[in-house]
Design a protein around this ligand. Structure first.
Ligand code: SAH
Length: 216
């Protein structure tokens, strides 16, 4: 690491703390995962700036604060199996892999799924599995999941994901229309199978789209 890089990484961690991230395990995970490997090489110099950035297929890697905040709200523990919908760059999956036992991440663009899988393998995040598929369907063969995180905005909670959430499980999902007001929601599955919804913060995510992407 050059002097500049280490200053940038220090500021990155300070920003997360200043914006209110307090969970030490989450902060450690954010400190450990090298974000420069997940952004487009053209933007490598800005890898530690607190901003979202474009990745392939017209998608985005989320802003680090939002990644940390969603991770904190998810309360993933070392015995948990986590489902992520929207692998994108694989950055959020890498952060979660430091906290949970296993992460299964679904991406509708094969190009992004393949790139993320290769990147995570190179970086030895061996407890992450990337699947190319439609996150609306979840991954029933691997359910139930202790935690589910969705990193694209849905108009309403996909039923398959609710079904695949374990009892006492937590799902963090942005809810709202594509260009309109979206709220990050935390859903907790009670013993009776009911979902308790807590609205957390307003957010702006790319939309959760149905089906596998058709690619050129
Ligand atoms: N978590 C990512 C950011 C994801 S951006 C990261 O850390 O980089 C949202 C991603 O969700 C996009 O890559 C988009 O292609 C994907 N997506 C949208 N709808 C989907 C669906 N139905 N199933 C799976 N992935 C989906």
């Amino acid at each position: 690491m050059t002097g500049d890089e280490s200053v940038q990484r220090m500021e990155f961690m300070l920003t997360l703390r200043r914006r209110g991230i307090t969970d030490q395990a989450v902060l450690r995970a954010m400190d450990e995962v090298p974000r420069e490997h997940f952004v487009d090489s053209r933007f490598a110099d800005f890898a530690y700036a607190d901003q979202a950035m474009p990745i392939a297929c017209g998608q985005t890697i989320s802003q680090p604060y939002i990644v940390a905040y969603m991770t904190e709200q998810l309360q993933a523990r070392s015995n948990h199996r986590v489902l992520e919908v929207g692998t994108g760059s694989g950055y959020q999956a890498a952060v979660l892999s430091r906290l949970a036992r296993e992460v299964i991440s679904i991406e509708r663009y094969r190009t992004l799924a393949d790139a993320a899988r290769a990147r995570l393998k190179t970086l030895a995040y061996n407890n992450v599995e990337v699947i190319s598929g439609d996150g609306f369907a979840g991954e029933p063969s691997r359910a139930p999941f202790d935690r589910i995180i969705v990193t694209a905005a849905a108009e309403s909670v996909p039923q398959a994901l609710t079904d695949q959430l374990a009892e006492d499980g937590i799902m963090v999902i942005p809810l709202g229309p594509p260009e309109g007001h979206q709220e990050l929601a935390r859903l907790t599955k009670t013993k009776g199978g009911w979902l308790q919804r807590d609205n957390l913060i307003p957010v702006r995510f790319v939309p959760l789209l149905p089906g596998k992407a058709r690619e050129l």
